[in-house]
Ligand binder design. Sequence first.
Ligand code: SF4
Length: 239
Amino acid sequence: MPASQEPLLNLAAWVPCTEVEGPGRRFALWTQGCLLRCPGCCNPHMFALAPRWIVPVSQLVKEIAQAREQFHIQGITLLGGEPVLQARSLAVLARECRRAELSVMLFTGYYLEQLQEARFPGVEELLAVCDVVVAGPYRRELPETRRNWAGSANQRFHYLTDRYGPEIETDPRFRPAIEIRFHPNGLAMWNGWPVVAATKKPPSRPLLEEDASCQPEAAPQESACPPPCSPQLRASAHC
Ligand code: SF4
């Protein structure tokens, strides 16, 4: 494919293996840019529709394949920011993942019917290769207390294939937790349950580095609050 036609993604962050952004170990990526501005959003640094980390989809496909080999991930999770604003390129990525038998989980701030009306380019193609979609804006007055991964009680889970079902929403193996990654340069990145994450300070800048946890045989993270680190870099919004 000529370089000019290479699908690109504008990302805020990604991690090759996380256990708190969907069922099992997953490659998670956060897209840059969101139009919704939900009050209380824990990722305001991902609002701007401006270039952040421009990454070719082909590079991510390779990194996901590597993560599969190294960490035995079972799928990818797309978060933001608002992923559907980059649905065309995400559809290409997600299709490649599905070909490799990886599952695809999408968090979007729009309800499905809004997506159908808004007709963001590529959304139909993206939804066609998603296994589960968590849809709806974050509403801080309705904090989620029962279901895994959802930030607020208005958000809806949609199962578009039979790979997962509603039992994952309350499966205790996936109970709400956060992960924190410390890096040799003194910075840290954390992600996970937004109700926990919302208590933290805003990030100072993005961080894209090698995953420091999630070793191939690592036990699931405990949900205990991590010690404070400074500065804190956040990449989490289940919206
Ligand atoms: S919660 Fe999600 S949809 Fe809402 S403003 Fe934040 S990133 Fe956008």
